[in-house]
Design a protein around this ligand. Structure first.
Ligand SMILES: Nc1ncnc2c1ncn2[C@@H]1O[C@H](COP(=O)(O)OP(=O)(O)OP(=O)(O)O)[C@@H](O)[C@H]1O
Ligand SMILES: [Mg+2]
Length: 252
């Protein structure tokens, strides 16, 4: 069974069919890409997959379970985590606390224990600190655990967003243009990080990206979206050499 299967997904905003008859199938552990021109509907697909928008039609199954109609928090608990096209960190929190924010799904103490600082509160907080530091080490951010997120350079903020998303222990990680605004060195590092995350956590990753070097370097399979519809799909090299794709998108 595929980890994610999407069938006949559609949403309209007023008269605009932003996503129409969209389908996609992603096997566990794959690095998958969603590409297409500006305004093609890529971020809208992410918003549909994560419950930000409710589709007008279609089915989305994660591990065989239909997640259409669930709230964003329920979908996150079911196993989908994401990063955003425009970075959304808690800028006034430290790097460590940003990752801990993602851990609250899994580590719990009662409000009562939190307010009264009961022993369980300290035990859970310590466990979260350890887990968050482990994740920060993966991204080489452990040295900056106490830095305010807003004081990190841009490339590191992007990495912190990925670390926070992973803290929720997702089955599927959605990355919306993670390399946007990065310099070539940061982009190269990001490419290595994404491979590392897949290999280390056996993660399934769906990536929206415009940088074709990054797409070729990361994605094993692709779906191309054009005017909200699937224009092509398949192995990355085949899709990027498809004359229709070149005409509609790459040759623009
Ligand atoms: N909440 C909304 N209300 C109205 N229109 C919307 C809404 N969200 C998206 N759209 C429209 O849907 C279309 C697809 O937008 P979307 O952001 O998904 O594109 P995209 O492929 O992510 O583009 P980009 O590469 O520029 O990020 C656009 O025409 C956009 O203006
Ligand atoms: Mg977008």
């Amino acid at each position: 069974m595929a980890l994610l299967e999407v069938k006949n997904l559609g949403i309209s905003f007023g008269g605009l069919r932003a996503v129409h008859e969209f389908h996609m199938k992603i096997e566990k552990g794959r690095l998958y890409g969603l590409i297409g021109p500006n305004g093609a509907g890529k971020t809208t697909v992410f918003n549909l997959l994560t419950g930000v928008y409710k589709p007008n039609e279609g089915i989305i199954t994660l591990d065989g379970e239909n997640i259409v109609g669930k709230k964003t928090t329920e979908i996150n608990k079911a196993g989908i985590a994401r990063t955003f096209q425009n970075i959304r960190l808690f800028k006034d929190l430290t790097v460590l606390d940003n990752v801990k924010a993602g851990l609250h799904n899994h580590y719990k103490y009662s409000t009562f224990a939190g307010i009264l600082r009961l022993p369980n509160y300290f035990k859970v907080e310590k466990a979260m600190d350890e887990k968050a530091m482990e994740l920060l080490k993966v991204f080489d951010l452990d040295g900056e655990a106490q830095t305010l997120a807003s004081n990190l350079p841009y490339g590191k903020q992007r990495k912190l967003e990925i670390a926070r998303a992973l803290a929720t222990e997702p089955k599927l990680l959605l990355l919306d243009e993670p390399a946007a605004g990065m310099n070539p060195n940061e982009t190269k590092e990001l490419m290595e990080t994404i491979h590392f995350v897949r290999d280390t956590f056996d993660m399934t990753i769906l990536l929206i990206e415009h940088d074709m070097k990054l797409v070729s370097g990361i994605c094993e399979e692709l779906t191309v979206l054009n005017f909200g519809q699937v224009l092509a799909e398949g192995k990355t090299a085949d899709v990027l050499n498809d004359p229709e794709v070149i005409k509609a998108y790459l040759g623009e």
